[in-house]
Design a protein around this ligand. Structure first.
Ligand code: T4K
Length: 415
């Protein structure tokens, strides 16, 4: 199916023969247009506009409309989970899930995540207790979780970072043994599986983000999924001010509803998931081939016979080997119009209000990864030859690492 999401190119890529041609030194940027991390996957524009048109004709724009109901049903089927409650974004989804589980006191959460994970707890006056992550998977380290459990702990929030599922069995065992709730922030992991089961089937509840930058988007949006009837009913009421029926309020709820126009985008995107995955997968494979064996550059692998959405292409830069630092590399890439990102720098524990509260959080792996990780552009808006162009620049930087480190450092010192 042809969709409107194929990359469109204006102008040509400029090839760098020598490091002196780099844009940071006055050369022409390699790419005439900016390459983003998280350029939205659009899907079939015509289907989207038809759906929006139908919603306008129905004059039903929000409040659990037919498109939202259809999206929830399709997502439940896709994941194989009983309940899906669509929300206006992932952050509100997390807040509703946290309240639905009745969490209080302290909740254990990784610091190496988008700050929304921690803020959702803080916003509800809970105390996020930051836990370190595993060096290889970047996910919450179950052994470290045990370390932080106290009588005040009521829950654990795992984040399936980059779409790679957490060690869900170990976390479930720890949560059961300590009688605390287990919630997953699955913002990155829509369409991914663990041991053949789709993400969305683990813990007490899981929460997706369908933000524009995500693999599957509803402009803004999210969803809470669970197999538990009571939790689903509670989350559904909380999403709608606490209403259980027209005149009956059973909870102090909020407004977390998804609009019909967002659901229209979601339904259209669901029909194009295979195309999104194919584009991401092929970009990932190209990065893998072209960055293979590059000293000091580790591309995080997607391993095993599982489903992945390949939305985040993540490299670790070990500057004891590359010499050029991750941040110098980022500056060079940005000048070439490659808007790579250093997600998630600094860790949440280095941001306010957490930094003042936990000055000595003691999270060595998080600290190290926050200094090493670079996320590279991919998605349906990024073409194969653009991926090759990005890899070519990275190879050039590594080949002249020591020289560039010094030149860039002395330039920075002069400015
Ligand atoms: N948990 C986790 C683990 C998360 O990663 C997130 C969100 C959440 C929870 C919360 O879910 P939501 O409440 O957002 O549903 C972006 C996204 O805004 C955020 O949703 C996402 N994680 C995070 C990882 O990335 P920023 O601050 O990096 O966004 P921004 O504006 O810099 O955009 C990123 C890139 O995408 C830029 O290069 C521009 C490009 N872009 C962005 C938008 C919105 C486009 O090309 N088109 C667009 O429409 O946070």
């Amino acid at each position: 199916m042809m969709t409107s999401s194929e990359p469109s190119r204006v102008g040509h890529t400029v090839r760098k023969k020598s490091w002196t041609d780099l844009a940071v030194f006055g050369g022409k940027p390699a790419f005439p247009e900016k390459l983003h991390v998280g350029r939205p996957n659009i899907g079939n524009r015509q289907r989207l506009l038809e759906r929006i048109d139908a919603a306008l004709s129905r004059r039903w724009l929000s409040n659990n409309g037919p498109l939202v109901q259809e999206l929830e049903q399709r997502i439940s089927q896709f994941i194989g989970v009983k309940h899906c409650v669509a929300t206006c974004n992932g952050t509100i989804g997390l807040e509703i899930a946290i309240r639905t589980l009745g969490l209080s006191g302290e909740v254990i959460v990784p610091s190496f995540t988008f700050v929304a994970t921690a803020h959702a707890l803080q916003w509800l006056n809970l105390t996020p207790i930051f836990c370190d992550v595993d060096l290889h998977t970047h996910n919450i380290d179950p052994h470290q979780v045990e370390r932080w459990i106290t009588p005040r702990t009521t829950g654990i929030v795992g984040v399936h970072l980059w779409g790679r599922p957490c060690e869900v069995e170990k976390l479930a065992e720890i949560a059961a043994r300590h009688r605390v709730a287990l919630l997953f922030d699955a913002a990155h992991a829509f369409g991914c599986s663990h041991q053949g089961r789709m993400v969305g089937n683990f813990g007490n509840l899981e929460v997706f983000s369908f933000h524009a930058t995500k693999f599957f988007n509803t402009f803004e949006g999210g969803a809470i999924v669970t197999a538990d009837d009571a939790l689903a009913a509670k989350a559904r009421a909380m999403r709608d001010f606490g209403f259980a029926s027209h005149d009956e309020v059973i909870e102090a709820g909020t407004n977390g509803k998804m609009s019909e126009v967002c659901a229209a985008m979601g339904l259209t995107g669901l029909e194009c998931l295979d195309e999104f995955i194919a584009a991401n997968h092929s970009n990932y494979q190209r990065y893998q081939t072209e960055l293979a064996d590059l000293p000091g550059i580790r591309l995080l692998p997607f391993e095993g016979n599982e489903k992945f959405n390949y939305q985040y292409v993540v490299v670790e830069v070990d500057d004891t080997i590359t010499q050029i630092t991750r941040d110098q590399m980022l500056d060079v890439l940005q000048a070439e119009n490659v808007l790579a990102r250093r997600y998630f720098h600094p860790g949440c524990h280095r941001m306010e209000p957490y930094r003042s509260r936990f000055p000595d959080a003691g999270l060595p792996v998080t600290e190290m990864l926050a200094e090493r990780v670079l996320v590279l552009p991919t998605g349906t808006a990024v073409a194969a030859d653009e991926v090759s162009g990005v890899c070519e620049i990275i190879r050039l930087l590594v080949a002249h690492g020591a020289q560039l480190r010094d030149v860039l450092a002395s330039r920075a010192a002069r400015t």
